[in-house]
Design a protein around this ligand. Structure first.
Ligand SMILES: Cc1cc2nc3c(=O)[nH]c(=O)nc-3n(C[C@H](O)[C@H](O)[C@H](O)COP(=O)(O)O)c2cc1C
Length: 316
């Protein structure tokens, strides 16, 4: 046994070993995934999919959604505004058409993002998805209005988050990742409610409220007015909320919000993330994911660091 230990410790680490991470129940070959709604399988044609530790699909709802009317995308000076409105084919079409394609083509764990307008609706969705093989986990998007609570978003009430997560966790053994909104007064309280309900990880952040107006005409750049703001401008907000959440809970954090490069990724690990996702950067640079992993692997190797060596160790 002593000899074995010696042999292992003498072995030089390689980048693949240093890049390994864990998100709740999932062992990730790399800590990188893609933010829901910003990436689909076609984009994998541009690079080696092995750079992704997991794949998160666009949020699915129980029934199809047409989404919001255009204009619903606007590029600001520092990031993107979107008002897609969860456009998706609905759960049945997803299971019949999209899921088999994911199963055939993805070599990494698939995390299915879902959203609902009541606790029952979320439960029905999980029940149906539980009967489908090839799904490693769920990302629960709680930024949606809850019909039982006068349209208040699920994600802003710790009590509702607790009730929701507690019921969902009783239905599945798969990874249960709760995606938090930044548009709340105390994200730590919401994250703690998710943890108490037995979530196995937290994803954050979803988009920040934002707006853009044409200064000449006074017309909103987005048809619906207020939209979701993402990309480079929200990185400081996402970092602060990652740090705050990491201080408040023990379950791992999948962080996102303005991550474009491997240097950005490292900042999020220092803040407390176990894994990270690229969102808006995918629109700016289709090679953002492989470039990030190459750079991150090189840095970790050069400094003989693993992600767990720096996770949450920001110096303040
Ligand atoms: C065009 C677009 C569509 C999105 N759709 C979803 C979605 O369906 N579900 C979801 O949870 N988040 C959605 N998001 C939010 C992202 O998953 C991510 O949380 C956010 O963009 C922050 O990361 P980023 O700054 O790297 O883009 C969307 C973002 C964009 C830009």
């Amino acid at each position: 046994m002593g000899t074995d230990v010696k042999v292992i410790s003498k072995k030089k680490p390689n980048a693949s070993e240093l890049l390994r991470s864990k998100l709740g129940k999932l062992e990730l070959k790399t800590p990188l995934t893609v933010a829901s709604g910003t990436f689909d399988m076609e984009s994998l044609e541009f690079f080696d999919p092995a750079c992704l530790g997991a794949f998160v699909c666009k949020t699915i709802t129980r029934y199809p959604k047409k989404g919001n009317p255009p204009p619903r995308l606007y590029e600001t000076e520092a990031g993107l505004l979107n008002s897609i409105g969860l456009q998706n084919p609905g759960l049945d079409a997803f299971v019949a058409d999209k899921l088999p394609l994911y199963r055939q083509n993805l070599q990494m764990p698939l995390i299915v993002s879902i959203s609902g307008s009541s606790i029952d609706e979320f439960m029905q969705m999980i029940e149906k998805l539980e009967s489908c093989p090839g799904i490693s986990g769920y990302e629960i998007n709680i930024s949606c209005p809850n019909v039982e609570n006068e349209g208040i978003a699920f994600g802003v009430s710790a009590e509702i988050v607790y009730s929701l997560v507690q019921r969902l966790s009783s239905l599945t053994q798969r990874e249960l990742c709760i995606k938090l909104s930044p548009n709340v007064s105390d994200i730590a309280e919401i994250a703690q409610a998710a943890e108490a309900g037995k979530a196995s990880s937290i994803a954050l952040i979803n988009s920040v409220f934002g707006m853009a107006i044409d200064y000449r005409t006074g017309v909103s750049r987005i048809k619906k007015g207020i939209a979701g703001y993402t990309g480079i401008g929200i990185k400081p907000i996402a970092l602060a909320l990652t740090h705050k959440t990491a201080e408040a809970v023990k379950i791992p954090i999948l962080a996102m919000g303005g991550i474009y490069t491997w240097q950005d990724a490292l900042e999020f690990f220092w803040a407390g993330a176990s894994a990270i996702a690229i969102g808006t950067a995918n629109f700016v640079n289709p090679l953002a994911a492989p470039e990030l992993i190459m750079g991150l692997g090189g840095y970790l190797l050069e400094h003989k660091l693993s992600i767990s060596d720096i996770k949450g160790r920001v110096k303040i």
